[in-house]
Design a protein around this ligand. Sequence first.
Ligand code: A3P
Ligand code: MG
Ligand code: MG
Ligand code: MG
Length: 355
Amino acid sequence: MASGNPYAAELAAAKKAVTLAAKLCQTVQQDIMHSGVQAKADKSPVTVADYGSQILVGFSLKMDVSSGPFSLVAEEALDELRKDGAEEILEDITDLVNETIFDDGSYNISFTKEGILSAIDDGKSEGGPSGRHWVLDPIDGTKGFLRGDQYAIALALLDEGKVVLGVLACPNLPLSSINNINGNSSGDKVGALFSATIGCGAQVESLDGSPPQKISVCSIDNPVNASFFESYESAHSMHDLTRSIAEKLGVQAPPVRIDSQAKYGALARGDGAIYLRFPHKGYREKIWDHAGGSIVVTEAGGIVTDAAGKDLDFSKGRFLDLDTGIIATNKELMPSLLKAVQEAIKETNQAASLL
Ligand SMILES: Nc1ncnc2c1ncn2[C@@H]1O[C@H](COP(=O)(O)O)[C@@H](OP(=O)(O)O)[C@H]1O
Ligand SMILES: [Mg+2]
Ligand SMILES: [Mg+2]
Ligand SMILES: [Mg+2]
């Protein structure tokens, strides 16, 4: 790693942690695909993978980052494991975590069931404006994970309320470009690890350890040539509103819909020009859904704001407190994107008030 990065040790630990967790997730996703388990029929495989990934990331960070007290703000809590019938799930998690650690060979340790419960409980920090906090989404894009599509293990470090480091492991994302997603003849490797530290730029490397390559957002300045990313799930973002924003801007290409913070990674290396996210009314965004992804984009030269053009504030605890939606693009397109967003929101609000 380049000298002069004050978070070089944390970055190395973060990459190692998400890479280990990605191995567990890949094992489970392959099992799901082979056994044909569907989301509706049985949610337990994804529960096992969510918990397993969270335990491995937390454990690996604790082993490798020695400085100061350890604080982890992570998505999964113990609740599911307190329900009836959870004993079997706990056993599955324990086996899977121990098998992954054994196969990987980096650590010589085996978890008991009690150790697993206490490791999950480690993730209940509230974050906030002071000190250092790791922020983790052990599987972002669980819907995509179950479908066999995109998902990410997303980790960030908050220091005094600011995101200073982020990594995204995207096991199903083509290494060079999303445009190779359907396995065309390019022979592009699959499995991308994005990383960024404040002031040091953003990189991508393969999950199996190719040398990191510096990445930057695209330089498109005419929206006619731009394409935009959004959630695959219409329940997570209003596709009709984003259609209207894209029309106002003059974007010609159809939306590129993929799950998870893989969208931030893809945007950061210029696979597309814009990311639009407009949850339905009342939804509160969580910090782990954006902390890692947003620094990868900003360090690649992009901008990430809410619908009012304000920077995201990660210092308020587990939730983001923001105006309406999240948008990301390059510096050239941001002014016209913000204008289109605000016009489209105004029209939607006017139409709603007429109903
Ligand atoms: N109604 C809703 N509106 C917006 N986001 C939602 C949502 N319900 C869940 N999410 C969040 O959307 C994330 C996935 O985003 P995307 O659509 O970009 O793949 C989920 O992360 P998890 O899969 O980690 O739970 C979850 O936190
Ligand atoms: Mg998430
Ligand atoms: Mg998640
Ligand atoms: Mg979730």
